[in-house]
Design a protein around this ligand. Structure first.
Ligand code: AMP
Length: 285
């Protein structure tokens, strides 16, 4: 496995592979890798001749300095996991390689980014779409793999790739969960034992909401029930609990016809102390 830190070295390796007509898949991460990230690598290995993983804790997507300062970093363990998973190349840039002095361009998607995490974390989505665009240009892959756990991010990146003619297939990989259905996340490492026991409530609530909606319950009613269960379980605050379209994130409510509602997902973000957890679940499972 090659490890490179500069765009120049990255491009040199990638252009050699392109000359040899090798298909390239990329998996972008912020490190602190777990089985969720490795499922993206597995998907990329299956579809491509070469797999690139990137590790970059992107300062521009953190709306909260404490979150950035405490974001878990474990590069040696990450590199071992990527090597064991069969990654060919890891791109591990420093911040000034990604944003050199004078850097001033932002890639921002239209209205789809104004809801969910875009509404509750100012600047976050622009930070994500900007860095992902840069990494897509730098790695010029045939396919790029994103987790459905960050569903809004996945849809926005599909939009960017299409709108900017980046000529890459953006592929969404299903969420990997713990045995108790908590979605794997690097931030789970920060949970106390007590918080960890509370965290799976998000899955219980979103999956129950999906069941109830399929059975014909009213949206307002089930969302109100869900908010109460989340807060009663010990979560400190809810950023959102909503049902939105999987296609364009349009808000779906009781006025919407039922067919639309069945093409929706439950989206949730909530805080346990200083840790913000997100998840989502399709209505029609
Ligand atoms: P992150 O390092 O958290 O920025 O995540 C890097 C990539 O891994 C993103 O595409 C995430 O959506 C994806 N990812 C994170 N957690 C999971 C999970 N539990 N299951 C599947 N993919 C995930």
């Amino acid at each position: 496995m090659r490890i490179v830190k500069s765009k120049r070295d990255l491009r040199a390796l990638v252009s050699g592979w392109k000359t040899d007509k090798q298909e390239i898949g990329v998996v972008m991460t912020m490190g602190a890798l777990h089985e969720g990230h490795l499922s993206l690598v597995d998907a990329a290995k299956t579809d491509n001749d070469r797999v690139i993983a990137t590790i970059f804790v992107n300062p521009r997507q953190f709306d909260n300095k404490a979150d950035l300062d405490t974001y878990p970093v474990d590069t040696d363990a990450d590199l071992k996991k990527l090597e064991d998973a069969g990654v060919d190349l890891v791109y591990l840039p420093q911040a000034d390689e990604v944003y050199p002095k004078g850097y001033s361009t932002t890639v921002a998607v239209g209205s789809m980014q104004d809801c969910l995490c875009g509404a509750t974390r100012p600047g976050h989505m622009d930070g994500v779409t900007t860095v992902v665009s840069k990494l897509l240009i730098q790695t010029s892959p045939d396919r790029a793999y994103f987790g459905q756990k960050d569903f809004q991010q996945y849809l926005l990146i599909q939009r960017v790739a299409s709108d900017l003619d980046l000529n890459v297939d953006v592929i969404g990989v299903p969420t990997v969960r713990e045995d108790d259905n908590l979605a794997l996340s690097s931030r789970n490492r920060r949970l106390s034992e007590e918080q960890r026991a509370i965290a799976p409530t998000l899955y219980k609530v979103e999956s129950t909401i999906a069941d109830l909606i399929r059975q014909g319950e009213a949206v307002d009613h089930v969302l109100e029930w869900g908010r109460k269960v989340i807060l009663d379980s010990g979560f400190d605050r809810i950023d959102y609990l909503e049902i939105r379209s999987e296609e364009d994130l349009e808000l779906l409510g009781d006025v919407t016809d039922r067919d639309n509602l069945l093409g929706g997902r439950v989206f949730v973000a909530a805080w346990l102390g200083n840790t913000r957890l997100i998840d989502n679940y399709p209505i029609s499972r």
